[in-house]
Design a protein around this ligand. Sequence first.
Ligand code: Y43
Ligand code: MG
Length: 198
Amino acid sequence: MTKLIFASKNKGKIHEFREFLSPFGVEVISLNDLDNVPEIDENGLTFSDNATIKAKIIAAAYQLPVVADDSGLSVDALNGAPGVHSARYAGDHDDLANNKKLLTELANVEKENRTATFHTVIVGLKPTGEKIEADGAVTGSILFKGQGTDGFGYDPLFYYEPLHRSFAELTATEKNNISHRGNALRKFMTLFKDWWED
Ligand SMILES: O=c1nc[nH]c2c1ncn2[C@H]1C[C@H](O)[C@@H](COP(=O)(O)OP(=O)(O)OP(=O)(O)O)O1
Ligand SMILES: [Mg+2]
């Protein structure tokens, strides 16, 4: 069984990672399972920078191969905001407050102009510095009020037209099949075996 450290504290992400990787025989240890986790300052300008920052700090601290995910929502009518600032859009890392702020910012934006894209960058990094990286995106639109109770973050507000549901109305497996994270993970897995066994 392959065990890897997933450098995240986000329960929703961790759940999706476990769901995606379990058929590959990969067991995911998260930062919530480890002691003495160092502070991570996500001050990069891009998702790629931030995923690399997380992976570097955790690989150095535990001397093990690490996988990190940095992700966020870019809303066209807000010139790409909240983007890399998605987690702290409303100040603290609070999903409800973030969703509320997003609705306020879009209060005067009509349905056809509420398009948005979720982005993820996933980085694999060994303590030796060997790195792999993959990105993924998915496009949808921002609802006028939340719908559904599954998922996390901005999922209740993100409407995915092809399935006629919000992301919070999908199971983890349904979401992985079409999401930014699933798309990034599918690319990531094409690089994974060579990186892992090297
Ligand atoms: O599939 C998603 N469905 C809904 N919302 C999502 C998704 N993917 C990212 N998001 C939002 C959550 C958070 O507001 C930000 C990620 O911020 P980001 O720093 O990458 O993650 P985080 O701080 O929650 O956990 P951690 O850094 O420990 O991995 O974008
Ligand atoms: Mg974060």
